[in-house]
Design a binder for this molecule. Structure first.
Ligand SMILES: Cc1ncc(COP(=O)(O)O)c(C=O)c1O
Length: 480
């Protein structure tokens, strides 16, 4: 049927619309500071503006792009705005976006080496590059006993680490028999909630995840960890993993990895190090001391999608003993069998994570590293840290405010001395104004503001303005 209508976009149409989309993205980034950082829409507002039913006939592409502008943009919180200081960053960059576009253009699914050798080999190569870039131990190299893999998120990395630790501690029997309620894992009370989720999913159970107390700096107390492990062993339980964090989400606390590792070695426990955002700082030699002891880790992960200009999603996860991970997650149905796998000469990344299918994520990471070079990445990390330190100094020098936790890198936890309600009001007013976006945490029961500098295009003037807006709002509450 040669004259049958094709509903597909032709290559020429794709070229034309593709140029328009790239233009739109470039313009969006140029005018991003004109938007309120935190979307100001009310719940349901975006859906109410969309047609109730899908179109029976296809629409011109121009109409789609117009609707992104008109209907979608008001509901976007501008994570890429240089005035975004909330949570942890999720920064993107030109090379990252273009690498992701190419990944979509190639459209490969790299579950096996043979389903796209370049996808697997580039990933292995880039993760090997990152080992010396970040001062990580050689055992994480693919040429050693370990290796790295790109996961979607730090949550998935934590789950994989916990599963492998569970299997190793039970002589690879819990995959077969299930958990018997005796396997326990350890993290600090400040560890990211993804560990709790991992405990739920892995069958270890929330009650068997011990949340160890922290010191005045919100870092895990290693002696409390040692005591808890001893007590659990006396009770006939089976400890399997300790998660240490380099830069907790709440306050950027640094767990003492060297001491924690000692206890792990004594009890043969898997040590997982979660450096989701702060791991990027290890690109700079002067910040590597924050993760002293990483050489003892069984697994380690950080998110280039947080602070290394690689748009979401991209988590780098390394293990010291790849066999333990593969033995935990490998399953080989007949329809996936192939000669390359049988030869044992290749990596099949489907055995290194939860899902089967996988995107060609290493392209964007490769583009970012090649575009910036190590020097460019270090430049921006140092700049962000410097800006945060400058902000912390302004806070310290203003009698109305106090810094609420140590500031090792780019996150400043601070509060107005007027109490919880005052801080909540300051934050709400700032966020409603659209001028910047801040979030909060609670430290020692006190409502605390967090300002994290990590957006790709944040410069001195943005941090200066943030501080100006904060003290203006502080003056407003004092006068009201
Ligand atoms: C220390 C830490 N670990 C894990 C996570 C979870 O990250 P992801 O969204 O990649 O799962 C975060 C997120 O902020 C984090 O700060």
């Amino acid at each position: 049927m040669p004259d049958e209508k094709s509903f597909h976009m032709t290559p020429d149409e794709f070229r034309r619309h593709g140029h328009a989309v790239v233009d739109w993205i470039a313009d969006y980034h140029s005018r991003i500071e004109s938007f309120p950082v935190l979307s100001q829409v009310k719940p349901g507002e975006i859906r109410a503006s969309l047609p109730a039913n899908p179109p029976a006939q296809g629409e011109p592409f121009d109409a789609l792009l117009k609707d992104v502008e008109k209907l979608i943009l008001p509901g976007v919180t501008h994570w890429q705005s240089p005035n975004f200081f909330a949570y942890f960053p999720c920064n993107a960059s030109g090379p990252g976006i273009l690498g992701d576009l190419l990944s979509s253009g190639l459209g490969v699914q790299g579950m096996l080496w043979s389903t796209s050798p370049a996808s697997t080999e580039l990933e292995t190569h880039v993760l090997d590059w990152l080992v010396p870039m970040l001062g990580l131990p050689k055992k994480f190299l693919s040429s050693s006993t370990g290796g790295g893999v790109i996961q979607d998120t730090a949550s998935s990395a934590a789950l994989c680490a916990l599963l492998a630790a569970r299997e190793r501690a039970t002589n690879y029997s819990s995959n077969q028999k299930g958990c018997d309620g005796r396997i326990v894992a350890y993290a600090s009370s400040q560890t990211h909630s993804s560990l709790e989720k991992a405990a739920m999913i892995s069958g270890i159970g929330l009650r068997n995840l011990r949340l160890i107390e922290v010191d005045d700096n919100f870092a895990m107390r290693p002696e409390a960890l040692a005591r808890q492990i001893e007590a659990d062993k006396l009770d006939g339980l089976v400890p399997c993993l300790v998660c240490a964090t380099v830069g907790t989400t709440s306050s950027n606390a640094m767990d003492p990895i060297v001491e924690i590792a000692k206890t792990c070695r004594q009890h043969s426990l898997w040590l997982h190090v979660d450096a989701a955002m702060s791991g990027t700082a290890a690109l700079c030699a002067e910040f590597r001391h924050l993760q002293n002891g990483v050489e003892f880790a069984d697994s380690y992960n950080f998110n280039p999608h947080k602070w290394m200009f690689t748009n979401f999603d991209c988590n780098c996860f390394w293990v010291a003993d790849r066999k333990a991970l593969i033995q935990t997650l490998s399953i080989l149905p007949e329809y996936l069998r192939n000669q390359a796998t049988e030869s044992g000469a290749v990596i099949d990344y489907r055995d290194w994570h939860i899902q089967l299918g996988r995107r060609f994520r290493s392209l964007k990471l490769w583009f970012v590293i090649r575009h910036y070079g190590v020097e460019g990445l270090q430049h921006h990390i140092r700049r962000h840290v410097q800006l945060a330190q400058q902000f912390a100094d302004w806070v310290r020098n203003d009698a109305r405010f106090e810094v609420a936790a140590p500031v090792p890198l780019n996150l400043v936890c601070f509060r107005h001395k007027g109490g919880n309600a005052a801080n909540q009001t300051i934050m709400d007013r700032l966020n409603r104004s659209g001028d910047l976006f801040l979030t909060h945490t609670k430290l020692n029961g006190k409502f605390t503001l967090r300002l994290c500098v990590g957006q790709t295009n944040t410069e001195t003037r943005h941090v200066e303005r943030a501080w100006k807006r904060i003290y203006e709002e502080a003056a407003n509450i004092q006068n009201s």
